[in-house]
Design a protein around this ligand. Structure first.
Ligand code: PAF
Length: 282
């Protein structure tokens, strides 16, 4: 695996591959890699000639300084994992390499997707994500880029950005990778204290129950049921729960036959914020 910290060297190397008509699959990450990331790399390997992974903890997408400071950094272990996954290239730039002038975000219009859910609780988050993903796409120019569906809103927003800015990349959403007990894999899980870690699978178990209830109950009954379930869990604080239209991400009040829905949740386990979602069958 080749490792690059600067854009110019990376671009020169990728140009050689492009000249030889090799296709590039790209997996953007913020490091602290886990099995979920490795599953994206595996997908990328199946469909492309070479795989580039980026590790960059992007400051502009953090609305909370403490969250940025405490974001796990495990670069040596990440490199070992990437080698074992036969990743071809790691791009691990410094902040000034990505933000040579100011550490600020571009302002995007994602046609309202950015104002729902995470956007309501994490001010400026999606401008930060859009800024860094667009910059990485421009540097790496991949044919395909792979994102996990745990961050389903991020996935939809990246697809919208690609469409609006006519970026020549296909964005692929990949299934949520879970621990054996159902907890969605996330780099933040490493920060969970023991007690919170043991209760955290409750989030997915509750989503699975919602999936069953969606057949027979209406949305307001489900919302009320869920809020009561979380009131019984002193170690988990519900930030939001919503059943939303998969396309617009707007909260739904009633079910419509021709729409696809997903249940989305954000929960604090102590100071660690966890998100998850599940597809609902209409
Ligand atoms: O999902 C993430 O890890 C980040 O939001 C991403 C896509 C790497 C952009 O910083």
């Amino acid at each position: 695996m080749r490792i690059f910290n600067n854009k110019k060297d990376l671009k020169d190397c990728l140009l050689d591959y492009k000249t030889n008509k090799k296709t590039i699959g790209f997996v953007p990450t913020m490091g602290a890699l886990h099995q979920g990331h490795l599953s994206l790399i595996e997908k990328a390997k199946q469909k492309n000639d070479i795989v580039v992974v980026s590790i960059f903890v992007n400051p502009t997408q953090f609305n909370n300084v403490e969250d940025l400071e405490k974001y796990p950094k495990t670069i040596e272990n990440d490199i070992l994992l990437l080698r074992s996954a036969s990743c071809d290239i790691l791009f691990s730039p410094s902040v000034t390499e990505i933000y040579p002038k100011n550490i600020t975000s571009e302002k995007f219009n994602f046609e309202g997707l950015e104002h729902q859910m995470e956007g309501r609780f994490r001010d400026g988050h999606f401008d930060g994500v859009g800024t860094v993903v667009k910059a990485l796409f421009e540097i790496i120019t991949p044919e395909k880029a792979y994102f996990g569906q745990k961050d389903f809103q991020q996935l939809q927003i990246v697809k919208k950005m690609v469409e609006k800015h006519h970026l020549p990349v296909k964005v692929k959403g990949c299934p949520i990778y879970r621990e054996e007990d159902g907890l969605a894999m996330s780099s933040r899980n490493a920060r969970l204290p023991k007690e919170q870690r043991s209760i955290a699978p409750f989030i997915y178990k509750t989503l699975q129950k919602i999936q069953q209830k969606f057949d027979t109950k209406n949305i307001s009954e489900i919302n009320e049921w869920l809020e009561n379930e979380f009131k019984k869990q002193p170690l988990l604080t519900l930030e939001y729960f919503t059943i939303a239209d998969e396309k617009t991400l707007k909260s739904a009040e009633s079910k419509k036959a021709n729409k696809k829905y997903r249940a989305f949740i954000a929960v604090f386990a102590g100071s660690v914020r966890l998100i998850d979602n599940i597809r609902l069958k209409n």
